[in-house]
Write a protein that binds this ligand. Structure first.
Ligand code: ADP
Ligand code: MG
Length: 211
């Protein structure tokens, strides 16, 4: 049986997963996590509810550095609800990473609070395209140190008309980054986005419905 253990993930992180009853990786996690840990770009297609969030959060939290305070990882997700969910899932893992600060940047939330947090330094930023662009325009968020970028639920994001926003955000991130794209379906516009902004991505397609 495949377990999270075999990938050399920090024991404290494994403990937290264990306590949530998460011991066996789902198929998309099994395919994506080792590639992401080794620094590859990954494009992964798997149905809703198959654990895509943890597939990118685990490698990010494993690799992110807490001895510096600049934004190193950015997760772009289409809706406020998804941003809240991802942030909650990420926060559960932060006990294993003392000093890790997470910023959730979505609309309808107190901007002043977000600005204060950005000023004090935050390594992981999770947000929706509109609010992220807001911070970028204000200069409160800088993407020059981003090393890991996630395009979450990419099909939904483009379906909602966020292509231009997403592209302008991606273009502000150094090309040396690692790019991860997760989606339930792979329509042509998502494939095109991947082709334009990803570097020889490992292509993962999970067809089974089990998890
Ligand atoms: P997706 O983004 O693929 O739609 P999520 O990442 O939101 O799906 O995961 C769906 C649910 O599965 C979440 O409640 C999550 O906690 C749970 N989950 C994720 N990975 C595992 C796992 N390896 N074992 C058990 N449950 C898991
Ligand atoms: Mg998801």
């Amino acid at each position: 049986m495949t377990t999270f253990k075999q990938w050399g993930i920090t024991p404290a992180l494994l403990d937290i997963l264990d306590k949530q009853g998460i011991v066996k990786p789902t198929p998309v996690q099994e395919a994506a996590i080792p590639a992401l840990l080794s620094g590859e770009d990954v494009i992964a297609q798997a149905q809703t509810g198959t654990g895509k969030t943890l597939a990118f959060l685990l490698p990010i939290i494993e690799k992110i550095r807490v001895d510096r305070s600049d934004a190193q990882a950015l997760i772009i997700t289409p809706t406020r609800e998804l941003a809240i969910q991802i942030t909650a899932e990420a926060r559960k893992l932060t006990n294993a990473k003392e000093g890790l600060s997470i910023l959730a940047a979505y609309g309808g939330q107190d901007v002043e609070r977000q600005l204060r947090k950005l000023k004090s330094g935050t390594q992981l930023v999770i947000g929706t395209p509109g609010r992220l662009l807001d911070h970028l325009r204000r200069g409160s968020l800088k993407l020059g140190s981003i090393k890991m970028l996630v395009l979450d639920e990419a099909d939904q994001m483009l379906h909602m008309g966020f292509l231009a926003e997403v592209e302008s955000i991606i273009r502000m991130i150094p090309r040396s980054r690692q790019t991860m794209l997760f989606s339930a379906t792979m329509p042509d516009n998502v494939k095109r986005l991947a082709k334009t902004y990803m570097d020889q991505p490992k292509d993962i397609r999970i067809t089974e419905t089990s998890r």
